[in-house]
Design a protein around this ligand. Structure first.
Ligand code: NAP
Length: 324
């Protein structure tokens, strides 16, 4: 039997693959399972475990991995598909396997991207605020006028699992769908440069991982290339967008609106963004449905269980895939 650290609660049934395999599942705070250990406590604790299931909010850097490796740590599974919180290169060098949760959250996250596309383009957040604050004066022919979603051009930055799922939904809205990525995809709608995609799109939705090549991928020069009527949606990771540049663009009317699920300094939100016009802001709920979170937890735990059984799970992340 192996010992597996769960940094913070998952969901009911989430640890089933570990429990069924007979592993001991340990929470750092037995009485407060939803509280993650601070980084220094994690460094102290990790050597006592064979495996760890962590969250995107846990910083699994070289000190954590070295401490684990000096003990008995074999595998770390992130209960998320993005793994920018883990130093994968350090893990690979130390021989600690890293897993994530690809594939099981694509549709749920794509649904939320579409929610933001609709909310930002139709300005439903401001309209609802007017109603809730008792400022609604009644139906008005020229009130709450916003922008159409159907029939426009949607530009997807990143065309992997989630990008494909968003494109599938766009078909129902009669959209023209463009996409870009570092490599030619061979799919219709591919444009070779981000600049061209930004210039042609009415709605731009981001679906790239956060890494060195995507940090502030959308900054002031990119926002300047977008249409003044355009909507930017970010369900990828906060630092993919330069938030201060985005606020300036919204204030100046450089672009029309933004819908964001992720933020540069989560859980803190830039006060300028909170005050910016025409924004819909959600607290990182892209994959937050019961069914999907259950699948994510079980996939992460299954990865740990497989590695501890000497098997190679399908959801392994390698540093090589980062630089491809
Ligand atoms: P994926 O299947 O790996 O797709 C990523 C896409 O991004 C690929 O098309 C990749 O193609 C492209 N890409 C990578 N670097 C790029 C760059 N510099 N410029 C342009 N394109 C680039 O990933 P996924 O499963 O769709 O997930 C995408 C991200 O969504 C995750 O990493 C995660 O951070 C985020 N996410 C957020 C939530 C949420 O709750 N809001 C939920 C799920 C996922 P090339 O390699 O050819 O460039």
């Amino acid at each position: 039997m192996s010992r597996v650290l769960i940094t913070r609660s998952l969901i009911e049934g989430g640890t089933d693959p570990l429990v069924t395999a007979g592993h001991e599942v340990v929470y750092p705070r037995a009485e407060q399972r939803d509280v993650a250990p601070p980084h220094d406590e994690l460094v102290r604790l990790v050597a006592e475990f064979d495996g760890m299931v962590c969250h995107l909010t846990d910083r699994i850097d070289r000190p954590v991995l070295q401490a684990g490796h000096a003990g008995r740590l074999q595998v770390v599974a992130n209960a998320a598909v993005g793994y920018d919180n883990i130093d994968v290169a350090a893990a690979n060098a130390l021989g600690v396997t890293v897993c994530n949760t690809p594939g099981v959250l694509d549709d749920t996250t794509a649904d939320l991207a579409f929610l933001l596309i609709l909310a930002a383009a139709r300005q439903s957040t401001d309209a609802e605020k007017t109603l809730r604050e008792g400022r609604w004066q009644g139906w008005g022919f020229a009130s709450n006028l916003a922008r159409d979603v159907h029939g426009v051009t949607l530009g997807l930055v990143g065309f992997g699992r989630i990008g494909h799922a968003v494109a599938a939904r766009a078909a129902g809205f009669d959209m023209e769908v463009l996409h870009t990525a570092r490599h030619t995809t061979g799919h219709p709608g591919f444009v070779a440069t981000l600049d061209e995609l930004l210039e042609r799109s009415d709605i731009v939705s981001l679906h790239v991982p956060l890494n060195d090549s995507t940090h502030h991928l959308i900054g002031a020069p990119e926002l300047d290339r977008m249409k003044s009527t355009a909507v930017l949606v970010n369900t990828a990771r906060g630092p993919v967008v330069d938030e201060n540049a985005l606020v300036t663009a919204l204030e100046n009317g450089t672009i029309y609106a933004a819908g964001l699920d992720v933020f540069e300094g989560e859980p803190l939100v830039n006060p300028r963004l909170l005050a910016a016009p025409r924004t819909t802001l959600l607290p990182h709920i892209g994959s937050a449905t019961i069914a999907t979170r259950t699948r994510m937890a079980q996939l992460a735990c299954q990865g740990v269980s497989d590695v501890l059984a000497g098997q190679t799970p399908p959801n392994i992340v390698s540093a090589a895939s980062l630089s491809q």
